[in-house]
Design a protein around this ligand. Sequence first.
Ligand code: FMN
Length: 136
Amino acid sequence: MSYSKGLFSDKTLEDILQTSRRNNQRSGVTGVLLYADGSIIQALEGPKETVVALYETILQDPRHWHISTVLSRPIRQRTFSEWSMGFQAVSTIEIEDIRNLIITQRGRQSAIMYSDNVVLGLLQLFYASHFRNAPS
Ligand SMILES: Cc1cc2nc3c(=O)[nH]c(=O)nc-3n(C[C@H](O)[C@H](O)[C@H](O)COP(=O)(O)O)c2cc1C
């Protein structure tokens, strides 16, 4: 999770995605990047050493800051096996909701910690919380 330095232009975003897809395909990393108005949430999956090395590189990237690790853990199965780096533009409200869900859920022995599909679990929680809050 991080914040862009200023808003990403379409060109910057395209550059990041293009480089990511090229490199990740080569190194066997898959994942997804969500972006909304300067907030970024990215999921990376792959061999541990590869992901750790890539994360170190991303940490040094001057295009973003206030970078934090939300969740880091072994998985049995990839969620984004088809995507060298999927991309979804989301609304600020959606990204804030996802961020808050991740923060409230981490460390808890909730279903999500046992799910192989972290983001699907998050999205399920996200939709469930919206459903609960929806006016009837
Ligand atoms: C939010 C964000 C996410 C990134 N994700 C990736 C990624 O998944 N894979 C990748 O290779 N580079 C990613 N980058 C770019 C790296 O920081 C770095 O610029 C790039 O790996 C350098 O690749 P190159 O040596 O082939 O030019 C990301 C950068 C940012 C700002």
